[in-house]
Design a protein around this ligand. Structure first.
Ligand code: ATP
Ligand code: MG
Length: 425
C-alpha cells in the first residue's frame, strides 16, 4: 500500500467534505444553534432526506426557484416521484401532521432539526448543492411572542458563537386579506417596467419575488414601487407592531426592510432574514418567518406557524470573516507512547481508564519507535504524554511528560488518572 495514491473520485460539483480539524467548527456551530432551542422547549425532529416531490411543489410553491430550478427530483424504480429535500419546513410540518402532534396536547408544537439539504444551484462561495441547516418550527399558534421568541433565539445562537457583524432584517408580508390587494397593485407597477422575458413571467406568477431581484438594473427600476407596508390590513399592522415592540424590549436590534420577501411562497406576516456583511453576495446566514397557510396547502387543518432555518456553512464562513475562533471542545489531552508490546498492553489499559474518567486520550499505534510516537503526540495537540518502556513498567510507573514545558516525572500506574486529572484542572 502506498500513501501517495489518490482516489479516482472527487466530491461532486458543489459539494465538499467536512474533515478535521475544520469539521469540529461545524459541530460547534450546530451545537451552538441547537442549545438555545433545547433550552426553550423545542424537541428534536428528524425526517427523511427525501420526500414525495409533491410535498415541495405544493408546500414550497411551483413558482419558486427552489422548486422550478433547484430541486433534485427523480423517479424510483418503483415509480415513486421523490425529491431530495431542498428545505426543512414542509417536511417537518408533514411529519407533525402525520403523527397528529397537533392533536396530542398543547399548541404550539415546538420542534428543531439539523441536517443536510440539496439544491441544484450554481456553486460559488457560500452556495453549495449540498449544505447544512439547523432549523426551528413552532406549529399551531398565532402569537407575536412566538415570532419574537424565534428571532431572539437565533440572535442568542449567533452571539454565543461570538458573531457580531450580522443584522436582522424584518418585514411583514401581510395575510390573505391584504396581500392579494397589494399583489395586484405591484403587478400593475411592474408591468410598466423594462424587464426581460423571464422576469415578466414572474410578475404574473410571483410578483413579490421581483422585489428580491439581485440585479442593479432591476433594482433601479423598483424605486417608487408600491410597498406592502402601505397595504397591510389593521390586524397585520397591529401584529407586526407587537413583534417589533417585543424584540425592542429584549434589546434585539433589527432593521425594517420593506422589500424583504424571501423565496418561499408560504410565508405570511412576519418575515425576517439574518445577513452578515462579511460574506459578499451570499450574505444571508439564515431566514424565516410565519407560514400560516402552509398546513392547509399540504392537506392539513389550519395551523398558523412560524419558523426559521440557519445555514451552518455560511455561519462558519461568517465566523471566519470576523476572525472568530469558535469554542471547539478540547481534543486529545493525553497521548500514550508505549515502547514495546508489554507497554502497549498496559498503556491501552491506562488510556481506556482515562477515557472512562472523561479525559480525552489517544495512543501511538502500529509499534512506532520513540521518535515517531513523540511526533504523533505533539501533533495531537495533547498537554501530556505518557511514556512507558520496559524499565518503567518493572518499577510500576510511567513517565508523565508535560509537552508544553518538556518536564517529565514518573507517576505510579495506579495514580495516573488522579494525577492527570489534577494537572489538567
Ligand atoms: P439565498 O437567497 O442566498 O439563495 P435562500 O433564501 O434560498 O438564500 P433559505 O431557503 O431561506 O435561503 O435557507 C436558509 C439558509 O440556508 C440561508 O440563509 C443560507 O444560510 C442557507 N442556504 C440556502 N441555500 C444554500 C446553499 N445553496 N448553500 C449554502 N447555504 C445555503
Ligand atoms: Mg436560494
Amino acid at each position: 500500500m502506498t500513501t501517495s495514491a489518490v482516489s479516482t473520485f472527487q466530491a461532486p460539483k458543489g459539494t465538499y467534505d467536512l474533515l478535521p480539524p475544520d469539521s469540529a467548527v461545524f459541530l460547534a456551530v450546530r451545537e451552538a444553534i441547537a442549545a438555545p432551542l433545547r433550552n426553550a422547549g423545542y424537541g428534536y425532529v428528524e425526517t427523511p432526506g427525501f420526500e414525495n416531490v409533491e410535498l415541495f411543489s405544493r408546500g414550497v410553491g411551483e413558482s419558486t426557484d427552489i422548486v422550478s430550478k433547484e430541486m433534485y427530483a427523480f423517479e424510483t424504480k418503483g415509480g415513486d416521484k421523490l425529491a431530495l429535500r431542498p428545505e426543512g419546513t414542509a417536511s417537518v410540518l408533514r411529519a407533525a401532521l402525520e403523527a397528529n402532534l397537533h392533536k396530542l396536547g398543547n399548541l404550539p408544537v415546538k420542534l428543531w432539526y439539523s441536517g443536510s439539504y440539496y439544491r441544484y444551484e450554481r456553486p460559488q462561495k457560500g452556495r453549495y448543492r449540498h449544505f447544512s441547516q439547523v432549523g426551528a418550527e413552532a406549529i399551531g399558534a398565532e402569537d407575536p411572542v412566538l415570532d419574537a421568541e424565534l428571532i431572539v433565539l437565533a440572535d442568542q445562537a449567533y452571539r454565543s458563537l461570538g458573531l457580531r457583524n450580522f443584522r436582522i432584517l424584518l418585514n411583514s408580508l401581510g395575510d390573505k386579506e391584504c396581500r392579494p390587494v397589494y399583489r395586484e397593485a405591484l403587478q400593475g407597477f411592474l408591468r410598466g417596467l423594462d424587464l426581460d422575458e423571464e422576469t415578466r413571467r414572474r410578475i404574473e406568477i410571483n410578483p413579490l419575488r421581483v422585489l428580491d431581484d439581485k440585479r442593479d438594473a432591476v433594482q433601479k427600476q423598483l424605486v417608487g414601487a408600491p410597498m406592502l407596508r402601505d397595504y397591510l390590513c389593521d390586524a397585520c399592522k397591529a401584529y407586526h407592531e407587537e413583534v417589533r415592540e417585543l424584540l425592542g424590549a429584549q434589546g434585539v436590534a433589527f432593521e425594517d426592510d420593506p422589500k424583504l420577501v424571501r423565496g418561499l411562497d408560504y410565508y405570511t406576516r412576519t418575515t425576517f432574514e439574518f445577513v452578515h456583511d462579511g460574506l459578499g453576495s451570499q450574505s444571508a446566514v439564515g431566514g424565516g418567518g410565519r407560514y400560516d397557510g402552509l398546513s392547509e396547502m399540504i392537506g392539513g387543518p389550519s395551523l398558523p406557524s412560524v419558523g426559521w432555518a440557519l445555514g451552518v456553512d455560511r455561519t462558519v464562513l461568517a465566523l471566519e470573516a470576523e476572525g472568530v475562533t469558535a469554542a471547539v471542545p478540547a481534543t486529545t489531552a493525553v497521548f500514550g507512547v508505549p515502547l514495546g508490546d508489554e507497554a502497549r498492553r498496559v498503556l491501552f489499559g491506562t488510556v481506556t481508564e482515562l477515557r472512562k474518567a472523561g479525559v480525552a486520550a489517544d495512543l501511538a499505534y502500529g509499534g512506532k519507535g520513540l521518535k515517531a510516537a513523540m511526533k504523533a503526540a505533539n501533533r495531537s495537540g495533547a498537554r501530556f504524554a505518557l511514556v512507558a518502556g520496559e524499565r518503567d513498567l518493572a518499577e510500576g510507573v510511567v513517565q508523565l511528560k508535560d509537552l508544553d514545558s518538556g518536564e517529565q516525572a514518573p507517576v505510579r500506574l495506579e495514580e495516573i488518572v488522579t494525577t492527570v486529572k489534577e494537572r489538567l484542572a
